[in-house]
Design a protein around this ligand. Structure first.
Ligand code: 9MR
Length: 328
C-alpha cells in the first residue's frame, strides 16, 4: 500500500507481540510507512511509577522505524484513559501539582524525541463520548478545567516546534453535536494562537456509518486548514455503546457478501479522504491494527467481529484490496 499512496499509510502495533513475530513484521514493513504504538507510548507505560520515565520500548520502536524508513507517530500525551492511578491519586491530594507535572512530563518526553517523533496526539478524547461538551470524567478536566487542553499544546510545541500536533477523538465523523463542539474548540485555538496543527479522526466506524456524513465532516474539518489524520481506522459489522463490554452481536459469522460490502466501505473511505481533504493536508491514514486476530474490538466490546483488512490467519481480505484500490 505504501507504494500506491500519495500520503503515509500507518498501522498501530503493540511492540509485544509484534517484535517477536516475523510474519507481522514482514507485513508491516511491506505495507506501511507510518508506525503508531498501540499502547507502548501511553503514560501508563512511559511513567508507570512516580518520577520514573521508562523509554526503553519507545527507544526500541524508534530504532525499528528508523531502520525501516518509517514515520513514528506519538500516541498519545494526555488521555484520561491512559493516566496511571498514581497520577490521579496525587492530583486529588494536591491539585496544584498536576499542572507542573503535565509540563515536565510533556517537555521531557517530547523533548527527548524532538525531530524523531514526527507528530503527536497531544490530547486524546478530551470531549464527552456523546454530544457536545468537555469530558468531565477526566482527572485533567476535573483538576485543571478545559484549559489543560491548550496548555498541553503549548508545552508540546515548546519542546519540539517542528512536531505536528493533533487533537484526536472518536465519533466526530458521525456525531454532529460532538463534531461541532470540536470544531469550535479548534477554531478558537487557531484564533488565539494555540499551536495546534491537526485534527485526528479515529474512524472506528461501522458498516452503516453514512459516507455522506463522513465526507461532510472531513470537508468541514479540512476547511480549518489543519492537517487531517484518519488515525485509528477499522470498520466493524456489529454494534456497541462505546463502553467496555458494550458490544451487541448482530452478525455471528462473516459471509462473502459482508466481505464484499466491507471492501467497498474501505474503498469509499480512502476515496472520500482523497477527494475532500486537500493533498497538502493529508497527514495519512492509520489502521488500528491490521488483522482480525489482534483487533482490539473483540476483547474490548466482548463480541466477535472482523473489522480489519487481514484475517485471523494473516491473509489479506477483500477489504485489503478495497483499501488498495481506493488509495490508487
Ligand atoms: O487498542 C488499545 C487497547 O489495547 C488498550 O487496552 C486501550 C487502553 O490503553 O487502548 C486501545 O486503544 C485506544 C486508543 O489508544 C485511543 N482510541 C481508542 C482505542 C481503542 O480503544
Amino acid at each position: 500500500m505504501r507504494t500506491v499512496s500519495n500520503f503515509p499509510i500507518g498501522a498501530a502495533m503493540r511492540f509485544l507481540p509484534f517484535s517477536d513475530d516475523p510474519e507481522l513484521q514482514r507485513l508491516q514493513k511491506h505495507h506501511f510507512d507510518s508506525y503508531t504504538a498501540g499502547n507502548d507510548m501511553k503514560m501508563y507505560n512511559i511513567m508507570p511509577k512516580e518520577g520514573v520515565f521508562d523509554f526503553s520500548v519507545t527507544d526500541a520502536i524508534l530504532e525499528y522505524t528508523q531502520e525501516n524508513d518509517q514515520r513514528l507517530f506519538g500516541h498519545n500525551l494526555i488521555w484520561h484513559s491512559s493516566t496511571p492511578p498514581w497520577v490521579k491519586e496525587k492530583a486529588r491530594e494536591n491539585p496544584d501539582w498536576l499542572s507542573s507535572f503535565m509540563k515536565s512530563y510533556i517537555s521531557t518526553y517530547v523533548g527527548r524525541y524532538r525531530s524523531f517523533v514526527h507528530g503527536w496526539d497531544v490530547v486524546n478524547e478530551g470531549l464527552r463520548t456523546k454530544g457536545s461538551g468537555y469530558r468531565e470524567d477526566s482527572i485533567w478536566y476535573e483538576v485543571l478545567g478545559s484549559r489543560y487542553i491548550e496548555q498541553a499544546f503549548f508545552y508540546a510545541h515548546e519542546a519540539d516546534p517542528q512536531a505536528v500536533l493533533f487533537y484526536n477523538d472518536f465519533n466526530i465523523e458521525r456525531d454532529l453535536e460532538k463534531f461541532n463542539f470540536m470544531i469550535d474548540m479548534v477554531e478558537d485555538f487557531i484564533e488565539r494562537g494555540v499551536p495546534i496543527s491537526g485534527i485526528g479522526f479515529q474512524m472506528h466506524i461501522r458498516m452503516d456509518t453514512p459516507n455522506g456524513v463522513i465526507a461532510s465532516t472531513l470537508q468541514r474539518a479540512a476547511a480549518t486548514g489543519l492537517q487531517i489524520h484518519l488515525s485509528e481506522v477499522d470498520i466493524i459489522f456489529n454494534r456497541h455503546d462505546d463502553t467496555r463490554g458494550g458490544g451487541l452481536q448482530i452478525r455471528t459469522s462473516l459471509t462473502p457478501e459482508m466481505e464484499k460490502a466491507q471492501a467497498q466501505k474501505y474503498y469509499d473511505l480512502a476515496m472520500i479522504y482523497r477527494s475532500v481533504v486537500p493533498s497538502d493536508q493529508q497527514y495519512g491514514i492509520t489502521l488500528w491494527g491490521f488483522n482480525d486476530r489482534d483487533t482490539w474490538i473483540r476483547p474490548f466490546f466482548g463480541i466477535q467481529d472482523w473489522p480489519t483488512i487481514y484475517d485471523e490467519r494473516l491473509q489479506p481480505k477483500p477489504a485489503f484490496f478495497g483499501l488498495l484500490n481506493g488509495l490508487r
